[in-house]
Design a protein around this ligand. Sequence first.
Ligand code: URA
Length: 208
Amino acid sequence: MSIKVIQHPLIEHKMSLLRRNDTSIYQFRSLVKEISIFLTYEALRSLETHEYQIDTWQGKIGARKISGKKLSVVPILRAGFGMLNGVLEVIPSARVGIVGVYRDKKTLKPIEYYKKFNDDISSRNVLIVDPMLATGNSMKAVIEMVKKENCTDIKAVCLVAAPEGVKNITEDHNDVQLFTSALDDHLNEDGYIIPGLGDAGDKIFGTK
Ligand code: URA
């Protein structure tokens, strides 16, 4: 997996708000959505376009529109749902395939408990979204699930990545590109990213 840390003053500013202890659930949700919009914009920079003619007040001119494969977004339950609205803001007609994977508390290994892909996912580019790339085990499992569907153009988007998680996925999936707003320091013994955000799912859904 190749990794691109998106550096932009707006993202850095919003990430610092996201990390603060005094950020409310409402603000946290809004920030996750806003940063997801920026990251999606960057992740889709390589989309193909082609020229076509449009009628304007100056008569016909050449303009460009997106061509090639359409997109499926795959949020990983549950925290990936926090990013979905942001992604769909940028690409409103994307299909959404949902996967549920949780980490076993002891082994930190991913357990798949839900999968519903759109029927034509194999003919689409895939954007997997999950705010925290920690051990990388869940992301790796989902990459393998979409590869099983014969998807070939796969990108991953997260807010915070840990070096251990990136390394874990790089070994087997160097064809996948990861876009992230931060590459943090390390994982602690419980598999949390340090400094990270804490439990992103709990913060998005207000469950703690
Ligand atoms: N999931 C989270 O929500 N936070 C982490 O730091 C790691 C996994």
